[in-house]
Design a protein around this ligand. Sequence first.
Ligand code: PLP
Length: 399
Amino acid sequence: MVRPGRSGCISRVPIPASPTWRSSTTVTDSPASDPNRAAAILTIDLAALAANYRLLATTAAPARCAAVVKADAYGLGIDVAAPALEAAGARDFFVAQLEEGIALRALLPEARIAILNGLAPGCEADYAVHRLLPVLNHPGEIEAWHGFARKTGERQHAFLHIDTGMNRLGLGAGELDRLAAHPDLLAGIDIDLVMSHFACADEAANPMTAAQAATFQAARGRLPKAPASIANSSGIFRGAAYALDLVRPGCALYGVNPTPEAANPMRPVVRLEARILQLRDVDSPMTVGYGATFRVARPTKIATIAMGYADGYLRSLSGRGEVWVAGTRAPLVGRVSMDLVTIDVTDVAEADAQPGALVEVIGPHRDVDAIARDAGTIGYEVLTALGQRYARRTVGAAA
Ligand SMILES: *Cc1c(COP(=O)(O)O)cnc(C)c1O
């Protein structure tokens, strides 16, 4: 058992306090809670999350299926998502940062957890104490982990990342040459997985995916024999040959379409509803909102709803987004404010557009990918932007 050294990160890097919404999770989860009070409600469907995991695992079988839960499980909340994924069968988890790994270890004592961003300098002991696997991305990290193994007198486990075209993280071609020529650089290190990462797997016809896979296989042949992984969510759907020994889906677990050229095979996991605060009748030549960007052309009923860019409802949706009120489309008008959005409810039945009514922001009429298109971004950003002010609740059994 290794203890954190005096220079170790446990003293240097404080574990961040839980986000404030967590303290209210039990309240919103409880049947006694009053959803009528919440300005906006974010619902996470754990049954859909589990079903998505099982679909990915089945598609990738016989490869193992990990779960990528970085960035608070893509904004859904790692404390609800990770245990549900483990209950659905996941045993291997990836996060980006050491602090995320430490928090995840507290949630999942048994899981295998790897840190994609690698070995944080000077923090070797923290990985050992919390049983976190660094993904060794460059020669300096290999050297540090090798040194730590020598210092502790214990073999240390790690994943090894080979860059095959992202030019972001992982060993480049020259670094791989050097490692292949000097296997002693890995003395004391057990490489439990060799991995790489696709740049274009979301584009079915892009030849870069096959080229990267070929580069990766050549690299594997020059390294100590180890299980291999290259496929993210989209990679799983690009052919069984890419599944190798382990797949690493993230976005598809959370309902983002991993096959943008085809219908979404995943179930929606996130639902977001926000409440109407106020209604008003406006007519030409009035304008709505900051910058007076929306000029009313006809007698119009405007509803103001309790959600804005401070909640991750992207400001680029100004004048472009839409929400649904009792099954009727209501376009955004004017700019998205920090805490408020204005919508045109002229075509909505009066009984449905009332103060206090919940409108559908993310749901059956408007999924995460559709909102991303409206906003000029990707579903990943819509999810990871989801705000901390929403009342969060979960539905669905975890297993
Ligand atoms: C984020 C990430 C994944 C997951 O990617 P998705 O496209 O969300 O499935 C897998 N591997 C690595 C290295 C990543 O950074």
